[in-house]
Each structure stands twice: as structure tokens, then as C-alpha cells.
Design a protein. Structure first.
Length: 563
């Protein structure tokens, strides 16, 4: 049984299986992931990465990484390097198959010349505005350009002069000669080259004309002997053009374009243009802001490659666009971190607790389990002393019914430690806020139950004040308050729906001493609080909340649906 037999089936696998049965492409499976280096990749690209590289792995094939770098005005080396890092982080390796469309610029130029010579392409002098007017609409055919019937010789001359830089930007284009009356707008004499004087990140100023994406993409696939060109559904109407170029040029390898539904995730946006707008307008702290749906942002937030793989596998590969709930992605993250993240104790909003009957000069080390899901992760020692910190939310002066945590006269368990009872509390004279608790402890309850069998209804986490490490914690929430911020039915600017509470910074948290030298990128479960990732280690550790222990939006959504 091969690896792909163990994977969930979908229509792309069915196509590949049929091709293999018919020995199409001589039994080869060769895919590619072809990003444009004009921004950082997001979770939608992760789905494509997992699909293209995953299929190649499952069928003992190959997958290329190719940058479709045909628009130097929007492309940067920073984006190239970030994309390579993202693909590697997801666990994939392109080996020696790293390509750029710019590798093929000379060959693409000769392909364009070949189309001119066969009278299938012409140089057009229409301005960009005129091109749009001549194109027609979905219900009205286009109008042929007055330059459509130039001679082959004139077109060859003009195209060579375009390359030589004789004409200003935007004054001339090279267009394919197809059918201005086609019901498919993509077939109405599309532009295949334009004049653009811009420094290219690889070729510098060697070129002042650049091929368009539709022309470049299919021919790059062919030059790399790709068998299955997998892309998202918005390119379905481009497939006839993809095939037209390959057929007219009679290339040796004619890949099959297959479209699948792009990924849309609730409470975020999946448009690089919109994401760039958020970055440029400082609505977020860069492309790797942990609130962003970028792979870099998710990595910084503490998501794991395994959780993203699991998410992509669970949502499957479909033919129709749909909205996937962010809760599913967060569930996959929790599921993975639950198995692998060490447990530690941290207090985000510290409230001082003094145990009056505990010796002032005494400290003892208690055993704590690192991960109950994995006994092999062992235990650690945590210090316990007379003065502790607990969460401010774990105490109420006048608790309501069903509040089982600490209150005056109430007894609770401290995790791995003792039963304590609150005997008194101190308030700030100006604000009336409780700032200090006084408690007593039962020495007979260390690490277990009370010998007399009495029970408590709550177990609290804590840290020793003398040993705790001060830390900054950033609590991240969903970036938007609306499930679909760019709903076609809503013309409101999508930024209107940004969540004003998507980030809360807590500068004076306390964490157990084992985290004093935690490495950036390390992931932990803060007991009772959620999963957190080390963002940086400067004057003190900084932790980003990856995800809570449960989905807080589920209840909110239910309440909202009842209003």
C-alpha cells in the first residue's frame, strides 16, 4: 500500500490516479508552488504548499518552488526570503528545484516573437484606459484594436524596439490575437507584455518589458516539465488561455491546470493587498504581527507546523469556495500543543498572598508534572514560600453563587502545594481595590488531599513571589469582529471591522523561575490560562498568547445569534 492510499481522497487525487492508470506524463507527478514575491504568505498559501508538496511526496514525485517574479514594481527580496523560510518551516524541501520566472525571461521573449511570427500576437498602441474600453463587458463583446492587423514585420520591429527601450512606459503593449467576441474576457486579446521601467530584484535594469502573469505562468510550468498545475478557483476562467498559449507554441510539455477552492477563514482577510494595507497603515505591527493570518505571524504567535498540516488536511480540497471557521484552526493548534507543550505556572494579573503561618525564612521545592499527556516529559521542581502571587480574578470579596475560588473564609488547593484558607485581605485606601490577601495553610495537605477527607472545589495556580520572574504577556484575539470583513454585500471599508481589543499587553506578569531563560519560539501551556509562545528575551521575557484553552467565541456567537 502506498502512502497516498492512506490519505483522504479528493478530486485532485482522483485525477492523478486516473493519469497514472493511463500512463499520462509517463507516470510522473511533478507539481510546483508558484508564489509571487509581492508580500508575505498567509494560511491560504499554507494550504497550497501542503497540497502541492504533499501530493509530490505521496506519489513519489517532485515539487518545485518557483517565484513568479514578473512585476518588479511590487516585488522585494524580503518577500522572497520570507517565502523560503515559510516553506521550510512547514517542513518541505524543494531540493535543487528553486526557480524564478525571471530565469526564463529570454526564452519567454522568444516565445512572444514566435507568436508574432505566426500572426498570433501584435503590438498595440491603445492606452490602458482605451484597452479597458475596447475590452467590452460580460454581456457585450469587445472591439478590435485599430492596431490588430499590423503586419508581422511591423510587429516584430515594434516589439524589438519595445525591448530596446525606445518607447515610454504604458505607450505600447504586446497582445495575443485571439477573439474579441469571446464570452470569456480573458480570451479577448489579452496583454502578454508591457513596458515597465523598474529595477528587478534579480535582473536589475536588464529589461524594460515584462511578461504578464498568464503568459509567464503556463510557459514556466511547461519549461519545468510540470505535470499537474494546481491553482485556486479564480484561475478557472484563465484555463482556456493557459491552454491556448501552450497549444499555439506547440511546447513539448503541456501541464494540466486543475483548480481548487481557495481558503477563506472567518474573522480575518485572505488578500495580500488588504494585508499590505494593514501593514502600511500601521494597523498591525508588520507582516509577522501575531494577529495576522500570515505564516510568519502564526509562527510568531506559537502555531506549530503540525497543527497547520492537520488543519489543511481536515478542511480537505473542494471545488467550491466556502468559509472555514477560525475555531477549527485554533482547535488544531490546541490539539497539537496539548500533546507537546510543557506545563508551567504563570500569573498574568498578580495579587499578593501572604501565608501567615508559613515560616518566613523557609523555601521548599515541590514536584510538578511537565505534561500529563506525555509521562516521558518528566517532572520539574518549583519553589514554594510564604509570599505568593495568584490571579486577581481568583479572589472575590463577596463572591456570587457558583464562584468556587478564593474568598474570605474559603479554602482552596494550590496546585502541587497545599490547601490554604483566606483569613483577611487588605485594600488600597484610595481605590478600594484588594491588593493583598492573608491566608493560612494546612501542612498536612502537601501535594495531595486532606488526611481527614475534606474536599475543596477549586485548585489555583500560583508562583512564589521571591522566585518569580517578571514577564510581559501579550493577549491576542481575533483581528476582526465581523466573521467576513470583506463580504461582497457590504461596501463598508473592511478596516471598519478591526477588533479594537485584538491586543492587550500586560507588562508586569509573573512566571515560574524555569522560564527565566526560555528560548524564543518555545511554547508552553500556562496552567488554566492557555498556550503561550516566547516572543523575545530582552530585559525580561515576552510571551504571546497562542490560543486559549477553549474557544471563548463559541459562547459569544451563540449569544449574538439569539439577539
Amino acid at each position: 500500500m502506498s502512502m497516498h492510499d492512506l490519505k483522504p481522497s479528493h478530486f485532485i487525487r482522483d485525477i492523478i490516479d486516473e493519469d497514472l492508470r493511463n500512463n499520462k506524463h509517463e507516470g510522473r507527478v511533478h507539481t510546483r508552488f508558484p508564489p509571487e514575491p509581492n508580500g508575505y504568505l498567509h494560511i491560504g498559501h499554507a494550504k497550497s504548499i501542503c497540497l502541492n508538496f504533499g501530493l509530490a511526496q505521496d506519489y513519489n514525485g517532485l515539487c518545485n518552488l518557483r517565484f513568479d517574479d514578473t512585476n518588479p514594481s511590487k516585488e522585494e527580496i524580503e518577500y522572497v526570503e520570507s517565502i523560503k523560510e515559510d516553506v521550510r518551516w512547514l517542513g518541505f524541501d524543494w531540493g535543487d528545484r528553486l526557480y524564478y520566472a525571471s530565469d526564463y525571461f529570454e526564452q519567454l521573449y522568444h516565445y512572444a516573437v514566435q507568436l508574432i511570427k505566426s500572426n498570433k500576437a501584435y503590438v498595440c498602441d491603445l492606452s490602458p484606459d482605451e484597452l479597458r474600453q475596447y475590452r467590452g463587458t460580460l454581456t457585450a463583446p469587445g472591439t478590435e484594436s485599430p492596431y490588430r492587423n499590423r503586419s508581422v514585420a511591423e510587429n516584430l520591429d515594434l516589439f524589438q524596439r519595445m525591448r530596446a527601450g525606445e518607447f515610454e512606459d504604458g505607450t505600447r503593449t504586446l497582445r495575443a490575437k485571439i477573439d474579441m467576441a469571446s464570452p470569456n474576457l480573458n480570451m479577448r486579446d489579452p496583454v502578454i507584455y508591457r513596458i515597465l521601467r523598474a529595477e528587478h530584484h534579480r535582473t536589475g535594469s536588464a529589461w524594460c518589458i515584462y511578461p504578464m502573469y498568464d503568459f509567464t505562468h503556463c510557459l514556466s510550468d511547461s519549461l519545468e516539465s510540470i505535470t499537474h498545475s494546481i491553482c485556486t478557483l479564480e484561475f478557472e476562467d484563465h484555463r482556456p488561455l493557459y491552454d491556448w498559449f501552450l497549444d499555439e507554441l506547440a511546447v513539448a510539455c503541456h501541464p494540466q491546470q486543475i483548480e481548487f477552492a481557495r481558503l477563506n477563514v472567518s474573522y480575518t482577510v485572505m488578500s495580500k493587498r488588504m494585508l499590505m494595507e494593514l501593514v502600511d497603515q500601521a494597523q498591525v505591527d508588520g507582516w509577522d504581527d501575531p494577529r495576522m493570518p500570515t505564516i510568519a505571524g502564526m509562527r510568531r504567535r506559537g502555531y506549530t507546523p503540525a497543527s497547520i498540516h492537520s488543519f489543511c488536511e481536515r478542511i480537505g480540497v473542494a471545488k467550491r469556495d466556502s468559509m472555514v471557521d477560525m475555531a477549527l484552526l485554533e482547535h488544531c493548534v490546541r490539539e497539537d500543543l496539548n500533546k507537546h507543550a510543557p506545563r508551567v505556572m504563570a500569573v498574568l494579573r498578580p495579587l499578593k498572598v501572604i501565608i501567615d503561618n508559613y515560616p518566613e525564612d523557609q523555601t521548599e521545592d515541590l514536584d510538578a508534572v511537565n505534561n500529563p499527556e506525555d509521562a516521558g516529559m518528566g517532572t520539574r521542581r518549583i519553589p514554594f514560600s510564604r509570599v505568593l502571587y495568584i490571579e486577581r480574578d481568583d479572589f472575590m470579596e463577596a463572591p456570587p453563587k457558583k464562584f468556587y475560588r478564593l474568598a474570605p473564609g474559603r479554602e482552596v488547593r494550590l496546585r502541587y502545594a497545599y490547601f490554604i484558607t483566606c483569613t483577611d485581605f487588605v485594600k488600597d485606601a484610595k481605590t478600594g481595590e484588594v491588593v493583598e490577601l492573608h491566608c493560612t495553610y494546612d501542612p498536612a495537605t502537601r501535594g495531595g488531599d486532606a488526611p481527614d477527607g475534606r474536599k475543596v472545589k477549586a485548585t489555583l495556580h500560583w508562583v512564589s513571589a521571591a522566585h518569580a520572574v517578571e514577564a510581559e504577556v501579550r493577549l491576542y484575539d481575533r483581528l476582526f469582529v465581523k466573521e467576513n470583513p470583506c463580504d461582497d454585500k457590504d461596501t463598508t471599508d473592511f478596516k471598519t471591522f478591526l477588533n479594537p481589543n485584538s491586543l492587550e499587553t500586560l507588562p508586569s506578569c509573573r512566571v515560574e523561575p524555569s522560564l527565566a531563560k526560555a528560548a524564543p519560539g518555545s511554547r508552553y501551556q500556562f496552567e488554566r490560562l492557555g498556550y503561550f509562545c516566547v516572543d523575545s528575551m530582552k530585559d525580561k521575557p515576552v510571551f504571546n498568547r497562542t490560543v486559549g484553552l477553549r474557544d471563548p467565541w463559541a459562547k459569544i456567537k451563540k449569544v449574538m445569534s439569539n439577539e
